[in-house]
Design a protein around this ligand. Structure first.
Ligand code: DAK
Length: 260
């Protein structure tokens, strides 16, 4: 696959998608979102890929937001099309069958912070900065920020970030649970790949169903969510991976999962 604004590498079951507009701090225009839609559609059904890493090009930014110069002239119809395209991308990431890890290598602002929140894990470099600065531009977060931020870090902290537009650094993001881990920039991709490899070594169906249970379950009330979890748990017992995983434990040997 050839892209203008993305780099794509697949190795050892891990796909690394790099948003590649470093001069504009990897800001997302419709072309970037369109290419992300193509890339994630293909990766989600590629059997060679078990885990996806999403990162930004260069040493300064993951994604500094939606492209403000592309957004400024939009009208109601084109802004709606832009928004719908963005939400399709987010669905592909969040509801897709494979774990997606954001390797946040610098600014993750506005749509960039929202894109990272759509991923399953966030691992940041020590120079990363997070924020929802939309109020500075006279708009509200439009890529799920008002919804995913309070779910991740709580209503009070989300209010503070969204109403003030303030940026926080990687350590603060770690403290409040916006990111899972922080590493020096030079180690970010290596450490992220280690996490991806660890996930790849587990039962692939169990990983996929766990993601599904968490992503869909948080949208339900607890009773329904636990019923949903019970259904998926039961389904595991119809799979070869469950038989192999438990047999391997009892025989004190490593499991050989097939994803079946
Ligand atoms: N858009 C376009 N260009 C950007 C940009 C952005 N968001 N951020 C940076 N750039 C460009 C700068 O204009 C500059 O370009 P040149 O002047 O060199 O041509 C280049 O990147 C380098 O930036 P700076 O010179 O400003 O670099 P500094 O180190 O001085 O400052 C900064 C870095 C990140 C603090 C600053 O660039 C900045 O404040 N950038 C804007 C951040 C921001 O406000 N982001 C939020 C945008 S609103 C949706 C999807 C997304 C969204 C909504 C809906 N749907 C699909 C549903 C999200 C909206 C937003 O993200």
């Amino acid at each position: 696959m050839e892209f203008e604004s993305l780099l794509l590498e697949i190795a050892e079951g891990i796909a690394t998608v790099t948003i590649n507009r470093p001069k504009a701090l990897n800001a997302m225009n419709a072309a970037v979102l369109g290419e992300l839609e193509c890339a994630f559609t293909a990766l989600n059904s590629n059997p060679e890929v078990g885990c996806i890493i999403l990162t930004g090009s260069g040493e300064k930014a993951f994604v500094a937001g939606a492209d403000i110069s592309a957004m400024a002239p939009l009208d109601a119809v084109t802004a709606r099309d832009f928004a719908l395209l963005g939400h399709r991308v987010m669905q592909l990431i969040e509801k897709g069958p494979k774990p997606v890890i954001a390797a946040v290598n610098g600014f993750a602002l506005g749509g960039g912070c929202e894109l990272a929140m759509g991923c399953d894990l966030r691992i940041a470099s020590d120079n990363a900065k997070f924020g929802q600065p939309e109020v500075n531009l006279g708009v509200i977060p439009g890529f799920g920020g008002t919804q995913r931020l309070p779910r991740l870090i709580g209503k009070g902290r989300a209010m503070e970030l969204v109403l003030t537009g303030d940026m926080i650094d990687a350590q603060e993001a770690l403290r409040i649970g916006l990111v899972n881990k922080v590493y020096p920039l030079a180690e970010l991709l290596g450490e992220t790949k280690k996490v991806a490899k660890k996930i790849l070594s587990k039962g692939p169906l169990a990983v996929r169903l766990s993601k599904e249970a968490i992503c869909n379950g948080v949208e339900m009330d607890l009773d329904r969510a636990c019923g949903y979890e019970a259904d998926l748990f039961g389904f595991c017992f119809a799979t070869a991976d469950q038989k192999e995983g438990m047999q391997a434990f009892l025989e004190k040997r490593p499991a050989k999962f097939t994803g079946r």
